[in-house]
Design a protein around this ligand. Structure first.
Ligand code: ADA
Length: 561
């Protein structure tokens, strides 16, 4: 179970396998709970369109379960992330809805003692008017289901919702603790505080705007870093409720062109990763998370970019434990000003998605960068306000982490003033190369040098760290050909030889996220014709995590062997 943990809250039991009904090509708003006929059983969390009977189908999947309450209760249904849109009903009455994929959601409602039915209807039809953050042409598949954790629990009347921890001083282990309260909040209350299962201190706290703030020294402090991912716990309790949060003592900051972790310069070496597996869609079991992190570490990576949406909290817990640094980002992919970028509904969805992501991930020491708006219209003047309002929100919710966003590889960006870290997606040697060139490897380093000159020529970027946020070439798993041309494993390995040699030898590059960790299913709308097998094949592992030839090359450079 991911952190935060609420050990005093009563959990309401839900089944692992839910009664399931599927309505093909049927939108959410026409379905009536009383008319549904349940024909199958499917597990949650899970993506219904990964299963044999519903594979690749589009429509609404309806999950039904009974639950039982001993008392009249206030309840919270927590969904760590779902897609693409849902409506939730208790005993046939709608208790909530969302059209925001990959966003942590809480639905609070009341129910009386006795038996009840819970119905979760989820639609995976991608319609940009209903789901402004996603589009059919996205280069990742629009699965339907509950992707991340799911829990139903009883809410105390007065509750402690979060305990946010900020490292103030490394040597003494001094931390700032922001207690966030909910429900019927009194003006003051007694809080119990205990670090790492040690003795509990009792403090009388004044509560202002639902919050109280304290500072303490963590007893026996041990710093968190990728080499020594030491973690601490703090439990905050009030009468009838308690929250346990896990955190790491570490600082992250930007100084000139460097990123500093615990005041020492850091080079980020890693991969982009989709939370994807063909058998599970985005609902990955923990075993996959752990194995993926093992594979990344074996390659010498210390960094993963969670492209392109808020991550599973269970994955971030594993990153904390295994010492992998994370760039976490909100969901938006290639939005244009002629499309959704300037639309107020899209902008509001961005704010909700980012705020929920930051609140959920605030205590993960592994998360060191916040990102948003992947490859959106960063060259157009009208976009400036959109980037600005999101940057302001991120800074307000968390002033401790640097902010970045991946821009496309052009030379005309107008939004870099908002970036603490400058990031660019680069595809030399893959896109935009002469057709006659069978192996266009020759210009990769020249392109990257030219990119650095561009970054160093702009007043708003020249004194900031620079990350290559994507760079990659596709290889069809197991495809070898004597030309060693594009799509072969040989070409991808030679490509990454050029890239990793350049990155590891170039001080100006503060980090790289190779595109990408493993192959992942692509979107629809013609993109599939440019993506053999229906997968983005730029993974250095295939979708079942079998290594391609590039892995050995990358490992050699990243590990300095
Ligand atoms: C873009 C995008 C990625 C992926 C990549 C590619 O940079 O950000 O999600 O689509 O291109 O493989 O072309």
């Amino acid at each position: 179970m991911p952190y935060p943990r609420f050990d005093l809250r009563e959990k309401v039991e839900l089944p692992e396998n839910w009664a399931f009904a599927f309505y093909e090509k049927t939108p959410l708003n026409v379905l009536k709970p009383e008319e549904m006929v349940f024909t199958d059983h499917l597990p949650l969390p899970g993506c219904f369109d990964c299963f044999e009977s519903f594979a690749g189908k589009k429509g609404t999947g309806c999950y039904l379960a009974d639950f039982h309450l001993r008392h009249d209760s206030s309840l919270r249904l927590h969904i760590g992330g779902m897609g693409l849109a849902c409506r939730i009903f208790c005993d046939g009455r709608e208790i909530g809805a969302s059209f925001m994929p990959f966003t942590p959601l809480d639905f609070d409602f009341r129910a009386e003692a006795g038996s009840h039915s819970l119905l979760i209807a989820i639609n995976n039809q991608c319609d940009e008017t209903n789901i402004p953050q996603f589009q059919l042409g996205c280069d990742f598949y629009a699965y339907g289901g509950i992707y991340y954790d799911l829990a139903l629990s009883v809410l105390p009347e007065f509750r402690i919702e979060r305990l946010q921890v900020t490292t103030l001083e490394l040597e003494s282990g001094r931390v700032g603790l922001t207690l966030c309260f909910g429900g019927r909040i009194p003006a003051e209350c007694t809080v119990g505080l205990a670090f790492d299962g040690g003795p509990e201190e009792t403090i009388l706290c004044r509560i202002t705007d639902g919050h109280a703030y304290l500072e303490r020294n963590v007893p026996h402090p041990a710093l968190w870093s990728p080499e020594s991912p030491n973690l601490h716990c703090v439990r905050g309790s009030i009468p009838g409720d308690a929250v346990t949060e896990r955190f790491g003592l570490r600082t992250i900051e930007v100084r000139g062109r460097e990123i500093l972790l615990n005041r020492s310069p850091l080079k980020l070496l890693g991969c982009n990763r989709h939370e994807h597996h063909p058998d599970f869609g985005y609902a990955l079991p923990d075993a996959i998370h752990v194995n993926d992190l093992m594979l990344l570490k074996k390659c010498g990576c210390n960094f993963v970019r969670g492209s392109h949406y808020p991550q599973n909290q269970a994955f971030l817990d594993r990153c904390d434990e295994m010492g992998i640094l994370v760039w976490e980002e909100g969901l938006a992919w290639g939005k244009k000003t002629s499309g959704k970028l300037l639309d107020p509904v899209f902008r509001e969805a961005q704010r909700v998605n980012l705020a929920a992501m930051i609140r959920a991930s605030i205590n993960h020491p592994s998360v060191i960068l916040w990102g948003f708006l992947n490859e959106c219209a960063s060259s157009e003047r009208e976009s400036h306000a959109v980037y600005g309002e999101l940057a302001q929100l991120v800074k307000k919710l968390d002033p401790t982490r640097p902010l970045t966003f991946a821009v496309i590889q052009s030379r005309d960006h107008v939004v870099f003033d908002f970036a603490d870290v400058v990031s660019m997606n680069c595809y030399p040697g893959w896109y935009d190369v002469e057709d006659e060139e069978i192996r266009p490897l020759g210009n990769i380093k020249a392109f990257l040098r030219d990119t650095l000159s561009y970054i160093d020529s702009l007043p708003e970027t020249r004194e900031k760290p620079f990350i290559i946020s994507e760079i990659g070439a596709a290889a069809l798993p197991g495809f070898h050909d004597r030309f060693h041309a594009r799509w072969t494993e040989e070409y991808q390995a030679d490509f990454h030889q050029e890239v990793t040699e350049f990155v590891c030898g170039e001080k100006r590059v503060a980090g790289v996220a190779l595109w990408m960790f493993c192959d992942a299913r692509t979107g629809m709308q013609g993109r599939i014709l440019r993506r053999p097998r229906g997968f983005n094949n730029k993974g250095i592992f295939d979708e079942y995590r079998r290594p391609k030839e590039a892995v050995a090359v990358i490992r050699r450079h990243f590990r300095g062997e």
